[in-house]
Design a protein around this ligand. Sequence first.
Ligand SMILES: Cc1cc2nc3c(=O)[nH]c(=O)nc-3n(C[C@H](O)[C@H](O)[C@H](O)COP(=O)(O)O)c2cc1C
Ligand SMILES: CCCCC(=O)C(=O)O
Length: 350
Amino acid sequence: MRAPVSVREFEAAARERLDPAHYDYFAGGAGEEVTLRANEAAFGRLALLPRVLRGTDKPELGVTLPGGSASMPVLVAPTAFHRLADPEGERATARAAAATETIMMLSMASTVALEDVAAAAPGARLWFQLYVQPDLAFTKTLVRRAEAAGCRALVVTVDSPVLGSRLRDERNGFHDLPDGLCCENMRDGDRVRPLEFSPTISWEHVGRLIELTSLPVVLKGVLHPEDAGTALDLGVSGLIVSNHGGRQLDTVPATVDVLPEIAAAVAGAVPVLLDGGVRSGTDVLKALALGAAAVAVGRPVVWGLGADGERGAVRVLELLRAQIEEALALCGAASVHDLGPGLVRRVPPC
Ligand SMILES: Cc1cc2nc3c(=O)[nH]c(=O)nc-3n(C[C@H](O)[C@H](O)[C@H](O)COP(=O)(O)O)c2cc1C
Ligand SMILES: CCCCC(=O)C(=O)O
């Protein structure tokens, strides 16, 4: 079979190989999946307005963030359960991130323990994603483990006081990992703790985490500009505009549609990242033009992993890099730092 040439084709290739219930877990969203669809559709309603006769040889793609640098403005978003996509699971993803010199946000719900991921991919730049556990002592243990393993930032997911309802999983009866797989970070002595969500999570928890760790704390899942302001006052090091890939509250806006408001509220004080629906280099340029310092991709990397393991994940990331380079050249931009709102026009839905 010929190699996939787009993220969409990687999805099709992964779909052929994955158990249908697992494919649905990865692909699906919450409720009627209005937000899931909106994330991608919103990029489609933005057009690029290129400049001409500004040629340069080699565009600059690298970005520097509080948790280190990346060779391109595309990070790996934290996604759970990679061993459902490939036997090597998060080890393979981390090696792919290392090979492409980008940052991987490692999900707390990984099917390989964070120490084993770090050991399997020595050059990997890992940020650890945390769901605050109701047991704060265990939460602290996780933070210490992430620090000890060399993670360079703590990504606190704040859009999940409870888990959104995924109707595909309900239909498929997919509620637990198959035998032999578990959330390895939840091992505690002889038992594996259940991963819990914290319905009472508040700004106080974030404040305590910032005090607890010397790592930069990045909040993931901010959609309201007033929350962005509160986060800045508390001293976060970065924000990720995210609706969890449409998997939490359905009918929230597409992330790229709220990005300009958040970027305006933050006014450059800390980097603003975006995830949700990024499927191509032109999507990346649009997000950067509207104020993102970088984007993260969730499903695209899972599709690479599901299609061809570590090699597939590398190919997805390298495909996005090549598409960014091409789009920059065709937009007359020498660097990912050169992009502004003038590059983007809103077009009516077709
Ligand atoms: C299968 C899957 C699992 C996810 N697991 C997590 C997780 O463990 N922690 C987290 O903060 N976000 C999680 N997310 C959300 C992603 O980090 C990210 O916000 C989202 O996937 C971005 O949208 P995209 O898939 O359209 O790129 C998950 C998303 C998917 C698709
Ligand atoms: C129980 C792990 C939840 C992972 C997650 O965040 C997601 O599926 O969206």
